[in-house]
Design a protein around this ligand. Structure first.
Ligand code: TIU
Length: 225
C-alpha cells in the first residue's frame, strides 16, 4: 500500500488499483484563441497546472500505472451539444464556431487537442466527453471496470467545473479520489481554493487533496522499501 499525507487525512491505496485521470488539458482551455478565452477568461491562469500534470504523468508512466485523458469534445454535427450548453453566456465564439484553432470544442480540431506537454502516449486511454463530468455519455465506466480501478488520482482543468464534476461522479460510483493540488487550476483562483475546501470538508466528503510532491515522495518511499 502507498500512504499519501493528504488532506483532510492520509490516504492509502494499492498501486495495483490506482489510475490517473487528466481532465481536459486542451488547447481550447489553456491557449489564447480557444473556448476558455472566448468565455472572457484570462487563460494564462491555467498555465501553472501544465508542469505539475507533466510530472504526474511521468510518475504514472514510470510505474506502468494506467492513465486516462479526457477531452471536452463535441461531434462535428453538434448532435451531442444541447442548446442549453451552446447558447450559454455571451462568447464571441460559440461551440462549433470557426476560430483561430479550428472549430471550438469539436473533435479532431487543433484547439480540441491536449497540450503538447501533456499529450497522451501509446497505451493510454483518451475519452471524449460532451459534458462536464467524464462519466456522462462516455465509456469511462467500462474502462475503469476493466482496469479494476478503485482509487482515481485527478489532475486537469478547470478545478470547479470539469474536475470537480467528475470527482463527484466518481465518488458516487465508489471510487476514492485524490486531487493533485498543483496539477489543477481555475480561471478564478478563489473558486479553486473553495473547491479544494469543499472536496475535503466533512471528512473527505468527495475526496482528498495533496500536492504532487507529497504523492511522489510517498511512491518513492514505498517503491524503495
Ligand atoms: N469554463 C470552465 O471553467 N470550464 C469548462 O467549460 N470546461 C472544463 O472545465 N473542462
Amino acid at each position: 500500500m502507498i500512504t499519501v499525507p493528504a488532506l483532510p487525512f492520509d490516504l492509502s491505496f494499492d498501486p495495483k488499483t490506482v489510475a490517473l485521470i487528466v481532465i481536459d488539458m486542451q488547447r481550447d482551455f489553456i491557449e489564447p484563441g480557444g473556448f476558455g478565452e472566448t468565455l472572457g477568461n484570462d487563460v494564462s491562469l491555467l498555465a501553472p497546472a501544465v508542469e505539475a500534470t507533466k510530472g504526474l504523468l511521468a510518475l504514472f508512466r514510470a510505474h506502468g500505472w494506467p492513465v486516462i485523458h479526457t477531452r471536452e469534445a463535441h461531434r462535428p454535427d453538434l448532435s451531442d451539444c444541447p442548446e442549453a450548453k451552446r447558447t450559454r453566456g455571451a462568447p464571441h465564439l460559440r461551440i462549433g464556431d470557426e476560430g483561430p484553432m479550428g472549430r471550438v470544442l469539436i473533435r479532431g480540431e487543433p484547439g480540441c487537442q491536449i497540450v503538447a506537454a501533456c499529450a497522451p502516449v501509446e497505451g493510454e486511454f483518451v475519452v471524449d466527453k460532451p459534458g462536464k463530468g467524464a462519466f456522462y455519455a462516455t465509456e469511462l465506466t467500462s474502462i475503469l471496470a476493466d482496469l479494476g480501478t478503485r482509487t482515481l488520482v485527478f489532475a486537469g482543468v478547470t478545478t470547479e467545473v470539469c474536475v470537480q464534476t467528475t470527482m463527484r461522479e466518481a465518488n458516487d460510483r465508489g471510487f476514492e479520489c485524490l486531487l493533485i493540488e498543483d496539477a489543477t487550476e481555475s480561471y478564478f483562483p478563489a473558486f479553486k481554493a473553495a473547491t479544494l475546501d469543499m472536496i475535503r470538508a466533512q471528512g473527505a466528503i468527495v475526496g482528498w487533496t495533496a500536492p504532487l510532491a507529497a504523492l511522489s515522495a510517498a511512491v518513492s518511499r514505498e517503491t524503495a522499501a
